[in-house]
Design a protein around this ligand. Structure first.
Ligand SMILES: [Zn+2]
Length: 177
């Protein structure tokens, strides 16, 4: 891969939806305690509780905001954080479960890393994995397609190459090798 392409890929945002949901939660946790804080502030007895509520919610705001930035850059720590946060949120049925599930899927399966070589390998592996078993697992007798003479399993109902049909209704039969 040439340098210019690598630079372009590095600059573009990744995991856009995941980052957006993290930013949404950052905003939510930022605003949610405000009504409670206003009420609690009327009564000077609850100042400690007020400080604790504010600290908890606004720490969550900070965490989600940082993770959203990391997710945008495809940083590995943001992926781990999203998986951990997602697993914890699963417990908050029903809304937390939905968002947690989204985090696990986004960070687990459809994660876009900042490491371009790792990403190329990631997209290449599934293709090899699906192609290999077909060639290696079949041990039965082989035959030739009467139409295109491709080597296919003798019991094939359809030629994998030219799509000729060999079922009971067809006059074509696979020629034994
Ligand atoms: Zn054929």
């Amino acid at each position: 891969m040439n340098g210019a392409l690598r630079e372009a890929a590095k600059g573009s945002p990744r995991n856009v939806k995941l980052a957006r949901v993290h930013r949404f939660l950052a905003l939510l946790y930022g605003l949610l305690p405000i009504p409670f804080l206003v009420v609690m502030a009327q009564d000077k007895v609850h100042l400690t509780a007020l400080a604790i509520v504010g600290a908890i919610f606004w720490s969550l705001t900070g965490i989600h905001f940082l993770v959203s930035l990391g997710a945008n850059d495809g940083k590995a720590w943001a992926r781990v954080s999203s998986l951990v946060i997602g697993a914890v949120m699963l417990l908050g049925f029903p809304i937390g479960t939905v968002i947690g599930g989204f985090f696990l899927i986004s960070a687990g399966w459809s994660w876009e890393s900042d490491d371009i070589t790792a990403q190329v390998q990631q997209t290449r592996i599934p293709q090899d994995a699906t192609r290999r078993p077909l060639e290696e697992e079949y041990k039965g007798p082989l035959g030739a397609c009467p139409n295109c003479s491709a080597t296919i399993p003798l019991t094939s109902l359809e030629c994998a190459k030219c799509k000729a049909i060999f079922g009971p209704e067809s006059s074509w039969k696979v020629t034994p090798l």
